[in-house]
Design a protein around this ligand. Structure first.
Ligand code: DGY
Length: 328
């Protein structure tokens, strides 16, 4: 029997071709929501799913009685009910490693552009406002030598910290569930309580995954603890931050500026004041969005689902217990 896959994100021809050599593929290049009747019909027969950007609920899983594995084209998996997938013995695969350096580049891009006001000042030039030598009112803040506070020091956090410590001579503080002795040695990073990190850092950069424990981890109290000169950077997930509290902190001058790649609602609501604030750099969730990296992520997902549906262990498996469940 040829197994069936639902592909619910745009894939390039070579990736689709690779899947079609092994499986029947129902391809939904652009799917805005899961109510699409063709998608539901395909799901009812699917053994595998590949894609990103859809919220997968237990109710939706009820519609997919043959499902064996899902390969998300992302490292984050907050759109998936992991416990429920595990309970049903459905493998969830993601794409770590291949996007680490690209996403860290984005993190550092936000640090640099927010500190040096690059977007605001590029707009100033574009408007034709550069009529004389710029003065103090257009100066930014240094990055090199300033203290970098990393909230989360996983793969991406470590890659940002490495850029800061080795490239820009930044002392690094970090808060993380577990200590990272190798990074402490390599980068001179110092683990501390989050409150201490917030009070001492010039740049506060969030890279923790979204979970019940990290939702609104940073709110009004945390912004009040930061320096008025602090620059806040979020490349994790929007919901890790209480966005209303962030807006208030920026408006009241409790922090100096923010660089944001992620938002509580994506795409960002047209009503949000954030993109119009001069001290905010807002990007449309581009963390991993380069040709090379998105290609590598799609390839990893295609490889993951192919292995999983052939009964082999996928390269990056989120729920190890589901593997035991299927193969014990
Ligand atoms: C990820 O892979 O989780 C990035 O945020 C892109 O969605």
């Amino acid at each position: 029997m040829t197994k069936r896959i639902v592909a619910f994100s745009r894939l390039k021809d070579s990736h689709l071709e690779q899947l079609r050599q092994e499986f029947h593929v129902d391809y939904f290049e652009r799917l805005d929501n899961t109510d699409d009747p063709d998608f539901r019909a395909a799901l009812a027969q699917a053994h595998g799913m590949v894609g990103s950007g859809l919220r997968i609920t237990p109710e939706l899983l009820d519609e997919a009685p043959h499902l064996e594995a899902i390969a998300t084209i992302s490292v984050g998996y907050d759109n998936y009910p992991v416990d429920e997938l595990t309970r049903r013995g459905i493998l969830l695969c993601n794409t770590p490693d291949v996007l680490t350096e690209t996403t860290a580049d984005t993190g550092f891009l936000l640090i640099m552009t927010a500190a040096r006001r690059a977007v605001e000042l590029a707009e100033f030039v574009k408007r034709g406002d550069w009529q004389e030598s710029i003065g103090e009112s257009h100066f930014g803040s240094d990055v090199h030598g300033k203290t970098l506070g990393m909230i989360g020091l996983g793969r991406i956090g470590a890659a940002i910290a490495r850029r800061g410590a080795l490239g820009f001579g930044m002392p690094v503080l970090y808060s993380n569930a577990s200590p990272k002795p190798a990074l402490e040695k390599e980068l001179g990073a110092k683990r501390c309580e989050m409150d201490e990190l917030l009070a001492q850092s010039d740049f506060v950069c969030v890279t923790v995954p979204l979970s019940a424990d990290t939702e609104h981890l940073i709110g009004a109290r945390e912004f009040k603890l930061m320096k008025p000169s602090a620059i806040f950077v979020n490349i994790a997930r929007g919901k890790v931050v209480d966005e209303a509290a962030l807006i208030a902190a920026l408006e009241m001058g409790e922090i100096h500026a923010a660089g944001l790649d992620v938002f509580e609602q994506e795409p960002l609501s047209p009503e949000s004041p954030l993109p119009y604030m001069p001290n905010v750099v807002a990007l449309p969730h581009i963390g991993s969005a380069t040709h090379e990296t998105r290609d590598a992520m799609a390839q990893r997902s295609v490889d993951n689902i192919t292995l999983a549906l052939k009964g082999k262990r996928p390269i990056s498996l989120v729920n190890q217990d589901a593997w035991q469940h299927r193969h014990q």
